[in-house]
Design a protein around this ligand. Structure first.
Ligand code: ZN
Length: 163
């Protein structure tokens, strides 16, 4: 029996909820199962760790504190930016998401969290940072990865990259 382990391709159906109120934030049900290459940082660390050794048909439920999910919120990632530095076409409202480019050319996503007369507060933390997440996961398939998938670090074919 093939079980979830490093360099295996796992296909799972999952449902993610916030444990405080049970609100669902993500789910694969009603869509294709999620495929990931185990041991290549395709998933948040706690998710893979909790699914290690699971076999096809097995269901697991677990709760991940932020350190095992998207990390704690970093206050240094919250910045105050003069309003005139935003493109004029961008709607400046609390909750609006945008992307900024770093000097290295990397895209950084942010969310507007506060607005005053001429200062806009933006938060570059991942939207799930600081949150405890509950997952309910069912293993649909496990197979050995092919060499090309291992060298690319991601899944090809169904549920994965097309190229
Ligand atoms: Zn590839």
């Amino acid at each position: 029996m093939t079980t979830i382990d490093n360099d295996k391709v796992a296909m799972v159906h999952y449902r993610g909820t916030f444990p405080e109120d049970g609100e669902e934030f993500d789910s694969s049900h009603g869509a294709e199962p999620l495929g990931f290459l185990v041991g290549h940082k395709n998933m948040i660390p706690g998710f893979e760790r909790e699914m290690m050794g699971a076999e096809v048909g097995e269901k697991r439920e677990f709760t991940l504190t932020p350190d095992r999910a998207y990390g704690e919120k970093d206050d240094g990632a919250i910045q105050q930016v003069p309003r005139d530095q935003f493109p004029p076409e961008m709607p400046l409202e609390i909750g609006v998401m945008g992307a900024a480019q770093t000097e290295q050319g990397q895209q950084m996503q942010f969310t507007i969290t506060d607005i005053s007369d001429d200062i806009v507060t933006v938060d570059f933390n991942h939207q799930m940072a600081g949150k405890t997440l509950r997952f309910s996961v069912e293993v649909v398939d496990v197979r050995a990865a092919v060499a090309e998938e291992i060298s690319h670090g991601h899944v090809h074919g169904a549920g994965g990259h097309e190229h």
